[in-house]
Design a protein around this ligand. Structure first.
Ligand code: ZN
Length: 439
């Protein structure tokens, strides 16, 4: 990597807890070579000065659906990780609900090898908690941990009963890994969708009670296991935030994430590409009171992480046909949050929720990633963004194969300029005129 001098940037370091203004940062040979004021660039260094620019540790997405191997027409490892890098992410956690799911050591090894050969930024691969995500029998958690799983989740499904979740927490906890759950109670969902068909992910009616009941039950499982770490994915209701707050007050080892879309959008949404089709997600978008509670949870640290739940799907050919639920969103996480009037004032909290806090969710075995810090001598693992910069998700700027985004073709505030991951350039915004030699 050629040298790059970033002039007068604002440094946001959630671990050190200070936001330094107007510091120069010299990146050379994949490392943060020097930090300070008035650094004189060595010959051949590219110098970039852009007012208001922020440098933070590279983001980590706890919740990405890569779709590959299995459904490469929806998304590829290469496109999802390129989209992630363009969204400021220096690493992503890939969910296990591939076709077939990652519920065996052989399938995990296949995914790890495939990820390594195509990834733009490191992919931490989650394995399933239960065989076929069916909630009947636990997957071989110990063996999956030994083979390199970064955590466990049946995300998309939540068929595990409380007793099986308790056992999973114990086994995963003994291996140092977290169990993440998609908190929607499938019995409550089934009662609400008597003619919904076989696949719970496609059921249309998703009452809030399904989430509240699942959060309560998972917290009970954690209480009775007495060990392990539980992570609640994509919270959407005020009751969930309150239950989480109480559980943390009680000292339980629980963490949670929220997505940008649950924070900033109210449903139902029209698909921007088709007049008569709705864009939906699981759990659904809620009303104002819930979104206010999510913002409060993010602001006071009750909610640990911002995660994308990046869920690319192909467009149905028939404009009247329903889209599969989920949004392709990893590239727009930061921007969607900063485009909301409530996001800007929380910038430091938002950065922490994209960096140090998600890393802590993974626990001590997330050690393959650098510390969420920006310090002299460290490998360049950082994100450069302009909180006021504006862009539009559209062909040309959007790197995911999935255009099923509620932000599609909407102007967004918060522009990622560059992402460095473990000492390498993962993304550079070309129109800035930065030299591609850097890559
Ligand atoms: Zn989910």
């Amino acid at each position: 990597m050629r040298g790059l001098l970033l002039r007068s940037v604002r440094l946001m370091r959630p671990v050190e807890g200070s936001a330094l203004e107007a510091v120069d940062l010299l990146l050379q040979n994949g490392r943060v070579e020097e930090m300070g004021c008035g650094i004189s660039p060595p010959a051949g260094t590219v110098v970039v000065e852009r007012e208001g620019c922020v440098v933070a540790p590279a983001f980590l997405d706890l919740h990405t659906h890569l779709r590959e191997p299995g459904q490469p027409w929806k998304e590829r490892i290469a496109t999802a990780t390129a989209a992630a890098a363009a969204g400021g992410f220096g690493a992503v956690c890939a969910m296990a609900n591939l076709r077939p799911p990652v519920d065996s050591v052989a399938r995990l090894r296949e995914c790890l090898a495939k990820n390594r050969s195509w990834e733009r930024v490191p992919v931490l691969q989650f394995a399933a908690v239960s065989e076929q995500l069916a909630g009947q029998r636990l997957a071989p958690l110990r063996e999956l941990a030994d083979a390199g799983a970064a955590g466990f989740s049946d995300d998309g499904r939540n068929a595990l009963g409380q007793e099986l979740l308790r056992q999973a927490l114990e086994r995963a906890g003994a291996a140092g890994l977290t169990v993440a759950i998609h908190p929607e109670d499938e019995e409550v969902l089934a009662a609400a969708n008597p003619w919904g068909g076989e696949d719970p992910t496609s059921w249309l009616l998703r009452p809030r009670e399904a989430e509240v009941s699942a959060v309560r039950s998972a917290l009970d499982a954690l209480r009775s296991s007495g060990q392990g770490r539980l992570h609640l994915q994509h919270l959407s209701t005020s009751e969930s935030v309150e239950l989480l707050r109480e559980a943390k007050r009680d000292g339980l080892a629980v963490t949670a994430e929220v997505t940008a879309h649950h924070l900033v959008l109210e449903g139902p949404l029209k698909d921007p590409e088709a007049r008569d089709r709705e864009l939906t997600c699981n759990p659904p978008l809620r009303g104002d009171a819930d979104r206010s509670a999510l913002w409060e949870g993010l602001a006071d640290g009750t909610i640990d992480a911002l995660a994308s739940d990046h869920a690319p799907h192909e467009s149905p050919s028939d404009p009247l046909q329903r889209r599969s639920p989920g949004f392709s969103g990893v590239q727009a996480q930061l921007s969607a949050v900063l485009s909301d009037p409530r996001g800007g004032p929380l910038l430091e909290r938002v950065v922490a929720a994209l960096t140090a806090r998600p890393l802590a969710v993974l626990g001590p075995l997330s050690g393959s990633l650098p510390e969420p810090s920006v310090r002299e001598g460290q490998p360049a693992h950082l994100t450069v963004f302009d909180p006021e910069g504006v862009w539009r998700p559209e062909p040309g700027s959007w790197l995911s194969l999935g255009t099923n985004s509620p932000f599609w073709e909407r102007p967004l505030r918060g522009l990622v300029l560059a992402t460095f991951s473990r000492g390498r350039v993962a993304f550079l915004r070309r129109e800035l005129g930065w030299e591609t030699e850097l890559a």
